[in-house]
Write a protein that binds this ligand. Structure first.
Ligand code: NAD
Length: 350
């Protein structure tokens, strides 16, 4: 049985990844600090499952990380842990540097020392996979796509901190030989996403019949990928990626923000019409743009597709319908996030 140390596995993508990994027979040691974004409700189906070991802690806690590595002897470390919300990084960049830069550095140092302590077959098999974002490349004009050779040009404190972490991961390969892999993925959506991000936020507000805030003119473009396809890409890179390489992951599904919002309105109008009969599009409210808002992101994922045979399996339309249905069916999960009770229980636990 493989054993993986997954960091940030109580968050959105990490949570989806852990659920799938355990289902596939992997033992997961899940290290998560349980910031506001960590939610153990997501993992409740794994309660009592010996293949999932949850540990509350900081990736920057070297003593804790070294102990977990020595005790569980993982074949891979997969780093999802991060501060991940651009708006929060504008209000308070320091936490982003603490976790995304300093925390990743500490995790790399612990992983390097553990890797060096392994016997030769163990060293050959070990992987450190760093999960990153397409936002490190900055913003695109009306044409072109980000490839793995696009120069880094991060524009927000979030993307700057992720860019720094990507560079450290690269340096640990070149300097120490650590077998690293990096994935740079476009915007994800799907089950268990914290309702501060565009899609779950709009679903929650549209369900409640509240105004639907859209930044600026709503014409900013993102490339959307269903979270399950991102998790499959990470597993594929872990399995067959070339050491020291980076792989872009994208859904080939560019949509303007306003199109995303209108798609949600339409899906909800069909499933749960508002009591007063209004179309939800009438709730759309344009608000002051985010400072430094990147205009367009688009991913060229041909390296991952050509080398490793990965391709997205869920179209934007299928994924959005699936996501809206998931949020409708999991209102208790959403409500516990919105009313804060998902955190209160955790304070009792910690
Ligand atoms: P998230 O905010 O939902 O989850 C982050 C998790 O990390 C939370 O559970 C949080 O408690 C944990 N965490 C934060 N600081 C920690 C620390 N110091 N030590 C241990 N755990 C800590 O984020 P997400 O959307 O699931 O993103 C996961 C990763 O994927 C991030 O590295 C992010 O940069 C990257 N990514 C996200 C997207 C996206 O669209 N969401 C796209 C591409 C890449």
């Amino acid at each position: 049985m493989s054993t993986w140390l997954v960091t940030g596995g109580a968050g959105f993508i990490g949570g989806n990844f852990v659920l799938e990994a355990v289902q596939r027979g992997v033992k997961v040691v899940n290290l998560d600090a349980l910031t506001y974004a960590g939610n153990l409700d997501t993992l409740s189906v794994l309660d009592g499952d010996a293949r999932h070991v949850f540990v509350q802690g900081d990736i920057g806690d070297a003593a804790l990380v070294s102990r977990l590595l020595a005790e569980h002897r993982p074949d891979a470390v997969i780093n999802f842990a991060a501060e991940s919300h651009v708006d929060r990084s504008i209000d308070g960049p320091a936490a982003f540097v603490h976790t995304n830069v300093v925390g990743t550095l500490s995790l790399l140092e612990c992983s390097r020392d553990y890797w060096k302590s392994l016997d030769a077959p163990g060293r050959d098999a070990f992987r450190f996979l760093h999960v990153s974002t397409d936002e490190v490349y900055g913003s695109l004009g009306d044409s072109g796509k980000f490839s793995e050779t696009t120069p880094y040009a991060p524009n927000s404190p979030y993307s700057a901190s992720k860019a720094a972490s990507d560079h450290l991961v690269r340096a640990f390969h070149h300097t120490y030989g650590l077998p690293v892999l990096t994935t740079n993925c476009s915007n994800n959506y799907g089950p268990y996403q914290f309702p501060e991000k565009l899609i779950p936020l709009i679903i929650a507000k549209a369900l409640a019949g509240e105004p639907l805030p859209v930044y600026g003119d709503g014409l900013n473009v993102r490339d959307w990928l269903y979270v399950g396809d991102h998790c499959a890409a990470i597993r594929r890179v872990l399995e067959a990626g070339r050491l020291g390489e980076t792989y872009n992951v994208g859904g080939d599904a560019e949509r303007q923000n306003i199109v995303v919002v209108k798609t949600i309105c339409k899906l909800l109008d069909e499933r749960r019409p508002l009591a007063d009969g209004r179309a939800r599009e009438s709730l759309i409210t344009y608000v002051k743009d985010r400072p430094g808002h990147d205009r367009r992101y688009a991913i060229d994922a041909s390296k991952l597709q050509g080398e490793l045979g990965w391709a997205p399996t869920v179209t934007f339309e299928q994924g959005m319908a699936r996501t809206v249905d998931w949020y409708l069916e999991h209102q208790p999960w959403v409500q516990r996030v919105l009313d804060g009770s998902y955190r209160l229980e955790r304070i009792g636990q910690a």
